[in-house]
Design a protein around this ligand. Structure first.
Ligand SMILES: *Cc1c(COP(=O)(O)O)cnc(C)c1O
Length: 366
C-alpha cells in the first residue's frame, strides 16, 4: 500500500526526546524557547509563540485581537472543522465566503460581498499548502479596518512574493502529526506585533505575567519540552522535506498533464506552494466519478483522501448553530464533490510516483 502520508521520526529525534525525558524537565521550558527561536528564523517571522495545537493557536489569535460576541469573522467553508470551531469558541459569528475555483482558497470578491458593519476579521485558509490571495485580503482588510487571522495550519513554509504566510496578520500553524512540520500535537501563532506576542505568551499560560500574577483570563495552551525536542530535531531537515514534496508535485503534474477529466493543482504566480497535499479535481467529463477513481486507486494499493467531502456549513452542527451563517457557496460545494488528494509525501520513491501516474492514466485515459 502506498500511504497518503508517512510520518517518520529519525534517530536524532529519538535521542533529543530521550534527553528531555531524562532531564526531569518535561513541561514547557527552555526547549520550547529554543524551538520558538529556531522557528522564527526558519519561517522568517518576527515572533513565534508555540501552543498545544493549531486550534489553540486560532483561538488565542482571535482572543488577543479581542474578537468575541457581536463580531463577524469571514472565512472559507472549504476547510477543516477546527477553523469554524475556533471562531465559535471565542463567541464570534461565522460568515462564509466562496472559494476561488482554481486554487480553492478564499475568493476575496466573494468575501467582500459578505462584509457588514459587524465584520471584524478576515480568516483566510492557506489550503493544501498554498497561500490564499494575501494581497487581495490585505486590500479588503485595510478598506474596512479588519483584522486578519491566517489559518496556516497546512502551510508551513509557504509564502507570497517572498513574504511568509503568517506575517500579514496573526498566523496560526498546526504541528499535528500529519502536518508539514510536527510535534505530534502542537501549533504556533506568528506575529510581527511585539505587544500581541507578549499577550499570546501570557494567554497560553493561564494569563500569568509572572507566577501567580494573573493579568488576563487565560488558558493552558502550552506545549511540552518533550514535543519541542521532537520539533527542533526536525527543523534541520524541514527545508529538504518541503523541497522533496515540491519536486514530487512537479513530477506528478508533468506526467498527469492532459488526462481527460482531471484538473491539476494550480500554483499561482509568486506563491510558494509547499504541497501539504497534492489535490486534483475529478470533473464531470472524467471516465470515472471521483469516488470511483478513489476506490479503483485503493484497489491498486494507492491511498488517497477527500479533503473535504462537504462545505463546512453542510454539517447540521454548524448549519443549525446560531453563530454560523450558511448561505450556499457554489464553488466550495463543487470542490467538495470533485477533489481528491494523491500521495505526494517526501518518502515516495520514483517507482511509486510512476505507479501512481500510470494507475491514474489507466483508469481515466480515454
Ligand atoms: C489541522 C488544521 C487545523 C487545526 O490544527 P490542530 O493542530 O489539529 O488543532 C486548523 N485548520 C486547518 C485548515 C487544519 O488543517
Amino acid at each position: 500500500m502506498i500511504p497518503l502520508t508517512a510520518v517518520r521520526v529519525d534517530e536524532a529525534a529519538e535521542r533529543a526526546v530521550i534527553k528531555v525525558l531524562r532531564s526531569g524537565q518535561l513541561a514547557q521550558g527552555s526547549v520550547v524557547e529554543q524551538l520558538e527561536a529556531a522557528l522564527q528564523a526558519f519561517l522568517g517571522v518576527d515572533h513565534v509563540v508555540v501552543m498545544s495545537s493549531g486550534t489553540a493557536a486560532l483561538v488565542a489569535s482571535m482572543t488577543v485581537l479581542g474578537l468575541g460576541p457581536g463580531d463577524e469573522v469571514v472565512t472559507s467553508p472549504f476547510t477543516f472543522g477546527a477553523t469554524v470551531n475556533a471562531i465559535v469558541q471565542v463567541g464570534a459569528s461565522v460568515r462564509f465566503s466562496d472559494v476561488d475555483p482554481d486554487d480553492l482558497t478564499m475568493d476575496v470578491d466573494s468575501a467582500a460581498a459578505v462584509v457588514t458593519s459587524r465584520t471584524a476579521a478576515l480568516l483566510p485558509v492557506h489550503l493544501y499548502g498554498q497561500a490564499a490571495d494575501l494581497h487581495g485580503v490585505a486590500v479588503l482588510a485595510a478598506r474596512h479596518g479588519l483584522a486578519v487571522v491566517e489559518d496556516a495550519a497546512q502551510a508551513f513554509g509557504a509564502a507570497v512574493d517572498g513574504v511568509p504566510v503568517g506575517s500579514l496578520g496573526l498566523g496560526a500553524f498546526s504541528f499535528y502529526a500529519t502536518k508539514g512540520f510536527t510535534t505530534g500535537e502542537g501549533g504556533a501563532v506568528t506575529t510581527a506585533d511585539d505587544g500581541l506576542a507578549s499577550k499570546l505568551g501570557r494567554l497560553r499560560n493561564q494569563g500569568m505575567a509572572r507566577r501567580y500574577e494573573y493579568e488576563t483570563v487565560g488558558h493552558n495552551s502550552r506545549l511540552t519540552d518533550i514535543q519541542a525536542a521532537l520539533g527542533l530535531s526536525q527543523l534541520s531537515t524541514a527545508g529538504a522535506t518541503i523541497a522533496q514534496r515540491q519536486d514530487n508535485a512537479v513530477r506528478l503534474s508533468a506526467a498527469l498533464q492532459g488526462v481527460t477529466g482531471l484538473q491539476l493543482p494550480v500554483v499561482r504566480p509568486g506563491r510558494r506552494h509547499v504541497f501539504h497535499q497534492y489535490t486534483v479535481s475529478v470533473t464531470e467529463d472524467a471516465r470515472l466519478t471521483r469516488d470511483g477513481l478513489q476506490q479503483s486507486l485503493w484497489d491498486r494499493g494507492i491511498q488517497t483522501a477527500v479533503f473535504y467531502p462537504r462545505a463546512a456549513y453542510d454539517h447540521p452542527c454548524y448549519r443549525d448553530h446560531p453563530l454560523v451563517s450558511c448561505e450556499p457557496q457554489p464553488q466550495a460545494e463543487k470542490a467538495a464533490r470533485q477533489v481528491l488528494s494523491l500521495p505526494v509525501h517526501a518518502h515516495l520513491t520514483a517507482a511509486e510516483l510512476d505507479y501512481i501516474v500510470d494507475s491514474v492514466r489507466e483508469l481515466l485515459d480515454v
